[in-house]
Design a protein around this ligand. Structure first.
Ligand code: RB5
Length: 145
């Protein structure tokens, strides 16, 4: 399925990168649900924003999700605690491609303090434009529950 609707959220550390990714998604024609945070200077808790995107994806309100925090680690852990979410923390285009081909990842996690804007956008487009390879990978993804 070609994703059309994208839910995105970040904590304060990911706020600036999220704003750039929202613009990028809108310019590419995606329907974007920005689930916060709405302010980069107020400290917030990444699990709340990981949950917001997880709920949007598992309820079917969004086809895919994007989560951003300082490292991408906390918010990816948070998103993955919700059944049905396969969040992949990516630092380059190759991991963004393979998380789709092998893991059918439905949420992309990025670390705003670790990667630059260009790499983040490359990861985003690759994540959204790569199909799941199925076959032996489907058996493994099914075992994830
Ligand atoms: C916030 O300071 C930081 O801990 C958070 O953005 C993230 O990197 C946690 O994994």
């Amino acid at each position: 399925m070609v994703p059309k609707s994208i839910a995105i959220a970040a904590d304060h550390a990911g706020f600036d990168l999220k704003a750039k990714l929202v613009e990028e998604l809108q310019a590419a024609g995606y329907e974007v649900s920005d689930l916060g945070t709405d302010d980069g200077s107020t400290s917030v808790d990444y699990p709340d924003f990981g949950k917001a995107v997880a709920d949007a994806v598992t309820s079917g309100k969004a086809d895919r999700g994007v989560v951003v925090c300082g490292t991408g680690i906390g918010i990816s852990i948070a998103a993955n605690r919700h059944p049905g979410v396969r969040a992949a923390l990516c630092h380059d285009e190759t991991s963004a491609r393979l998380c789709r081909e092998h893991n059918d990842a439905n949420v992309l996690a990025l670390g705003a303090r670790l990667i630059g804007e260009v790499v983040a956008k490359d990861c985003l487009h690759t994540f959204l434009n790569t199909d799941f390879a199925g076959d032996r990978h489907a058996r493994r993804v099914t075992k994830l529950g």
